[in-house]
Design a binder for this molecule. Structure first.
Ligand code: FAD
Length: 444
């Protein structure tokens, strides 16, 4: 247990997304007494969409006491099927039942609101966490030794200054704190235009009720991925199989001309139907169930890897420092790993001096950065493999998929590859942080 002085540090978190919420809860569970979370939106405000709940995420959430609530309405995956989008022919099939016994936690899929809502409920049970919703952090005035920033209540009221001992910026892929921080070191956070966008779709059981082929998909504990050149769709049931969640990826046409601040837009249904016009009838029937005017499109943005995540007594968390393509389904899981590791390193502080805080945050960076960026690259590689057009590379990929029938070889859809799973699910970052803190801290 950390000393009373350490536990009394004033820690401010910007952003109540998955990263900010998990960081706050992890800190409270370590015994920190003064945790303030500032969120620009007036509520949690999560879009209706599903999310994969991988074992590395579940392990951390279970330690924080919120996994059971999430698990209750999540769907326990048994397998995944990767199919040719145009024909629905199965290219590869991977059994996922082994995951629970191998990694102690299952690989599940759930609703984003269930995941975020349960972590938030966990936070609300902790008296040491205070939320400031509808409060935008405009500018960081100092990154240390005592970080300070200007907070503006969005519903009126004067902006006010806040000073703290540790500032954690979990303000997402559009992080302004990251940009300000990098400018101090004369670095610009270069946006990498992925050229990809995603439609997020949720179909209700009653929408699918008259179509036995679609109901069969909803009733299976399975992730299905339909792939085609430069496009794919990933789909799975969530909310106790009452909702079928679909997330697409396709070339980004609508955002190309939009200002860079735009990340989501109302999509056009005819355009969505056209993009997947050569996909099989089953897929098109599902897309056609989306009501006109309710097509939601997201731009998929990432950044070049950053040289550092920590400046003085301030650290970046989650998408603010390692935004990723969704193809490995690890963005939120990695943000949650960040939060858990930050709580460990701060709890191991030998004293409350700014130097010690800086060094502890650098241990966080050391434990997390390489792993996070490896997974960012793996997600991009997985997308490249899935989006191949006709040619030798696609033939080789499909040969690898076909070899899975004999239980052999790598899986080109990387999240389902056993070696990749071992790397991601088999590493307990909390354990690593606890075991390696002393040695890394001593070398800084
Ligand atoms: C299509 C798609 C599918 C995905 N699927 C998966 C999946 O299956 N599994 C998985 O693990 N991950 C998945 N992800 C990734 C995951 O959603 C993100 O990585 C994760 O939500 C990032 O969390 P975060 O807390 O870092 O950022 P965010 O969730 O973006 O939160 C940032 C918060 O900060 C607030 N904020 C920003 N600026 C300020 C400010 N100045 N002042 C106050 N508040 C501010 C914002 O309002 C927001 O609430 C997917 C992503 C996409 C796009």
């Amino acid at each position: 247990m950390a000393s009373k002085n350490v536990l009394n540090l004033h820690i401010c978190i910007v952003g109540a997304g998955m990263g900010g919420l998990a960081t706050a809860l992890a800190l409270a569970k370590e015994g920190f007494q003064h945790i303030d979370v500032y969120e620009g939106a007036s509520t949690l405000g999560f879009v209706g969409a599903g999310i994969q709940l991988a074992p590395n995420m579940a392990r951390i959430l279970d330690r924080m006491g919120v996994w059971k609530d999430i698990e209750r309405e999540a769907v326990d995956l048994q397998d995944t099927s990767i199919r040719q989008g145009s024909t629905d022919q199965e290219l590869g099939h991977v059994d996922l039942k082994y995951i629970r016994s191998t990694y102690d936690y299952p690989h599940m899929v759930g609703h984003r609101s269930s995941l975020a809502g349960s972590i938030y409920e966990g936070c609300k049970r902790e008296k040491t966490i205070n939320f400031f919703f509808a409060t935008e952090i405009e500018v960081v005035e100092s990154y240390g030794p005592r970080p300070s920033f200007k907070a503006r209540p969005r519903k009126g009221g004067e902006p006010y200054d806040v000073q703290c001992d540790v500032l954690l910026a979990a303000d997402g892929v559009k992080s302004t704190i990251r940009d300000q921080m990098l400018r101090l070191a004369n670095i610009s956070a270069k946006i990498v235009d992925t050229g990809q966008a995603a439609y997020r779709i949720m179909l209700k059981r009653e929408d699918m009720a008259n179509d036995p082929e679609l109901l069969e998909l909803l009733d299976k504990e399975s992730v299905t991925r339909w792939i085609g050149e430069k496009r794919h769709i990933i789909a799975y049931p969530v909310s106790n199989k009452q909702i079928y969640n679909m997330s697409t990826v396709q070339p980004d046409l609508n955002f190309a001309a939009a200002p860079s601040a735009t990340y989501t837009t109302k999509g056009s249904k005819p355009q969505m139907m056209e993009v997947f016009g050569d996909f099989c009838p089953k897929v098109r029937r599902m897309l056609d169930l989306v009501p006109d005017g309710e097509v939601c499109e997201w731009k998929l943005r990432v950044h070049e890897p950053l040289p550092f995540w920590v400046y003085d007594q301030t650290a970046l968390v989650g998408d603010a420092c390692h935004p990723t393509l969704p193809h490995l389904a690890q963005g939120a899981a990695q943000a949650i790993e960040d939060g858990a590791v930050i709580a460990v390193v701060l709890s191991k502080l030998p004293n409350t001096s700014p130097e010690a805080i800086h060094k502890a945050l650098k241990v966080y960076e050391k434990v997390r950065m390489e792993r996070a960026y490896t997974l960012v690259e793996l997600a991009a590689a997985s997308g490249r493999a899935m989006h191949l057009g006709e040619g030798a590379a696609k033939e080789e990929r499909d040969r690898q998929f076909a070899a899975l029938k004999d239980g052999k070889g790598p899986v080109p859809d990387k999240w389902a590859d056993a070696d990749v799973q071992k790397k991601i699910y088999g590493t307990d970052v909390v354990k690593v942080a606890k075991e390696e803190f002393g040695a890394i801290y001593a070398k800084l």
